[in-house]
Design a protein around this ligand. Structure first.
Ligand SMILES: [Zn+2]
Length: 346
């Protein structure tokens, strides 16, 4: 089958579009003909071996996690699906045997693996994975939109709905509105929960798009001080919650923007992993910090339910054919974009 794989770490040039064996379907697994795959920062880290993702070669590794497509084959003991079903994939595989998994907290799985990083992924014609990681997709949702959903909406859902418990009468600060997680956070906070949303971004064009998505106020962080503007907007109180997926560059002003007793969620650190924490603000103002990594299978089920109802609409910036994966990686590294980048196949 056609696939995009790496045989060494490096820049976009190590992505090879070539032939790899089709994956076999095991008991409890479904084999999916991939129609659309979304790029994630994780793909770039896996490709260049950064952030602790260095690996031994061979064998070659097929990249790609988030994807959507059609089931072509079901392994023994698969009860929920049949060939021809349209599905979207949760790329985080959990063992369903360890204590957290058995307690329904499979986001804390001790043996979790990520599709396309630990094992062969979805930059390919076919992928096989546990049926528990596939979710039926309504005909009204395109494969491109569905592929854009898992790694953006899953952590946002886990964070805002389950962990931080943002309420409709509260205010949330969403950092970096233009990234996939930012666009998902605005939609879940506004369209699902009904909260007031303050978003940050870097240009008037992106600010207009964030407003169109549902942000009540947008702060251009290149021109305005995040903390001062939040104080102004909230009458000096600060926000109830923060959605952070960018890390080091914005932690200090965002943490200072939280009200006393506020909740800070972080699910990524694309601008850097290390920062300083003002311990005085943490304890005297009784703030809470939540580390969030993807979500549970139940979080994913709820996300797909909202996707199928049209209540959330993943934002796709641009699509590339699978054969141009290297160009898509370069685009992700070098370009200012809004939403997700998608690789498609006929
Ligand atoms: Zn487990």
């Amino acid at each position: 089958m056609h696939a995009v794989y790496i045989e060494a770490h490096g820049g976009p040039e190590v992505l090879t579009y070539g032939e790899r064996p089709e994956p076999q379907v095991q008991a409890g697994e479904v084999k999916i003909r991939v129609k659309a795959t979304a790029l994630n920062r994780l793909d770039l880290y896996t490709r260049d071996g950064g952030r602790g993702l260095e690996r031994e070669f061979p064998p070659p590794l097929i990249l790609g996690g988030d994807c959507a497509g059609e089931i072509v084959e079901c392994g023994d003991d698969v009860a929920e699906f049949k060939p021809g079903d349209r599905v979207v994939v949760n790329p985080r595989l959990s063992c369903m045997q360890c204590a957290p998994c058995l307690a329904g907290q499979d986001d804390l799985c001790r043996r979790s693996r990520f599709l396309g990083s630990a094992i062969d992924g979805s930059y390919a014609e076919f992928v096989s994975l546990p049926a528990a990681n596939a979710h039926l997709l309504a005909d009204s949702v395109s494969f491109e939109q569905a592929a854009a959903a898992p790694t953006t909406y899953l952590p946002v859902w886990n964070m805002l709905v389950r962990r931080l418990q943002l309420k409709s009468w509260q205010t949330v600060l969403v950092l970096s509105a233009s990234a996939g997680v930012g666009t998902a956070a605005i939609q879940v906070a506004k369209d699902v929960i009904g909260a007031k949303v303050i978003a940050t971004t870097s240009s008037p064009e992106k600010a207009a798009k964030a407003t169109a998505l549902g942000a009540d106020v947008v702060i251009n962080y290149k021109e305005e001080d995040i903390r001062d503007r939040v104080r102004e907007i909230t009458g000096g109180a600060g926000v109830d919650c923060v959605v952070d997926h960018v890390g080091a560059d914005f932690f200090a002003p965002a943490f200072a923007s939280l009200r006393t007793g506020g909740r800070y969620g972080i699910c990524g650190a694309t601008t850097g992993l290390r920062t300083e924490l003002h311990l005085g603000q943490l304890f005297s103002q009784q703030k809470e910090i939540y580390g969030v990594y993807m979500g549970t299978k139940e979080d994913m089920r709820e996300v797909v339910e909202m996707l199928n109802r049209g209540a959330v609409r993943p934002v796709v910036d641009r699509t590339f054919p699978l054969s141009e994966a290297a160009a898509a990686h370069k685009y992700m590294d070098e370009t200012n974009f809004f939403g997700k980048l998608i690789l498609t196949q006929e």
